[in-house]
Write a new protein. Structure first.
Length: 96
């Protein structure tokens, strides 16, 4: 696809064609949009959102996920922990 307008050639000091169009700096400050986005996220979470409780729930879910492993599953779990794929839990062993 070809551009619709002519892009002036530039060098280290600006346009190389004398009398050619100068490039205009273009800056966009997204600070206000980021503040608005964060405010919308917090509003969507609601006033009852408790990040500590969310983390506790995630820990409980992981404990349940890795509970009751048979010997082979425990071996694979330990290999994944040793490889750094999974974080160690309960002293390095999955919950019983």
């Amino acid at each position: 696809m070809t551009p619709h307008g002519h892009t002036p050639p530039t060098g280290p000091d600006g346009p190389t064609e004398p009398g050619g169009p100068a490039l205009v700096p273009f800056d966009v400050d997204l600070t206000s949009q980021e503040v608005a986005r964060r405010a919308q996220v917090m509003a969507a979470l609601g006033p009852d959102w408790d990040p500590i409780e969310v983390l506790r729930g995630e820990e409980a879910a992981y404990d349940l996920l890795y509970s009751g492993l048979d010997a082979e599953q425990q071996r694979v779990y330990e290999e994944l922990v040793a490889a750094g794929v999974l974080p160690p839990r309960g002293g390095g062993r999955a919950a019983a």
